[in-house]
Write a protein of this length. Structure first.
Length: 105
């Protein structure tokens, strides 16, 4: 009976138990880019960019996790292209802040 109870408890736990809040600030400056944040693991985060505009776009993302040094990732997106920006921190993320700046070419 105890094994059945433990099994039911484990099945009820969410798989994304490592989830943390992500704040995304966007400055698109006329670029037509959509951004989606992802929490991959307790210390890994991602940002998926998609350029739905008719012009190339250059994007720069600054990832901040508390006292650690900010991590900067850059991408150049052709029209209709997508790109994933991934960052790994040395500590577990409690709250992540992402500043995204894009501009059309």
């Amino acid at each position: 009976m105890k094994k059945l109870g433990c099994l039911l408890l484990l099945m009820g736990l969410p798989l994304g138990a490592h989830a943390y809040p992500i704040e995304l600030e966007k400055q698109l400056n006329g670029a037509e880019v959509s951004a989606t944040t992802q929490d991959v693991d307790h210390n890994i985060a991602g940002l998926m960019l998609y350029n739905y505009g008719q012009r190339d776009a250059e994007c720069k993302a600054v990832f901040r996790n508390g006292p650690e040094a900010p991590r900067i990732r850059q991408a150049s997106l052709a029209p209709g292209a997508n790109n994933n920006l991934v960052v790994r921190f040395s500590r577990s993320v409690i709250r992540l802040r992402v500043d995204l700046t894009c501009k059309p070419k």
